[in-house]
Design a protein around this ligand. Structure first.
Ligand code: ZN
Length: 190
């Protein structure tokens, strides 16, 4: 299909909520193909439709390493039905070229979604795996939430954003996550 332009942090539509998909039409299939082409071209592990300017509840991930076969997973209308445990995740985003910072994530998730054939599936990702973290990151894009909103240290995040000529952290978007903070603190005490 085609490689699309990825919207950069600061573009308004990255903050807009995305709409449910009513039917896995040929148009949605083409969108998914574009997401994969664009993600692989940019060496990403995930890409969400709003990042290419389509505010629809669709994202793709592939957490395979270089020596493994590709493992593309398509999520349409995903719902996180269970989450537990906390982990620290050093994350970046294709909409934030080169900028990485530490964020809070759940360690384990159970997700229900529709696949490219219109079938429902459930996937579990555990132990703070790359897959668990990537799904949460991409899922957030569908609600206009960005990884920096989960920053553990927003001043550190600001420094990184400035370094790569990106707009600063949007303070009103920062998420208060006392449950994750508490669990992260406990794991540090061990
Ligand atoms: Zn992202």
């Amino acid at each position: 299909m085609s490689i699309r332009k990825i919207l950069k942090y600061g573009e308004k539509s990255l903050r807009e909520p995305s709409k449910e998909v009513h039917k896995v039409s040929a148009k949605i299939k083409a969108l998914v193909a574009d997401l994969y082409d664009t993600m692989y071209k940019n060496n990403g592990v995930g890409l969400a439709a709003p990042q290419i300017g389509e505010n629809l509840r669709v994202f793709v991930v592939d957490c395979s390493t270089e020596n493994e076969p590709l493992n593309p997973i398509t999520f349409i209308n995903p719902k996180i039905i269970k989450k537990s445990g906390a982990c620290k995740s050093h994350e970046g985003c294709l909409s934030f070229p080169e900028a990485y910072t530490d964020v809070r994530r759940y360690a384990n998730i159970l997700v229900k979604a529709t696949d490219i054939n219109g079938r429902s599936f459930v996937i579990e990702a555990k132990d703070g795996s790359l897959l668990a973290r990537a799904i949460q990151h991409e899922f957030d894009h569908l609600d206009g939430i960005l990884f920096i909103d989960h920053s553990i240290n927003r001043f550190e995040a600001d420094e990184v954003l400035t370094k790569y000529n990106l707009p600063p952290v949007e303070v009103d978007k920062l998420l208060s996550e006392p449950e994750l903070d508490e669990m992260l603190k406990d794991s540090k005490d061990d």
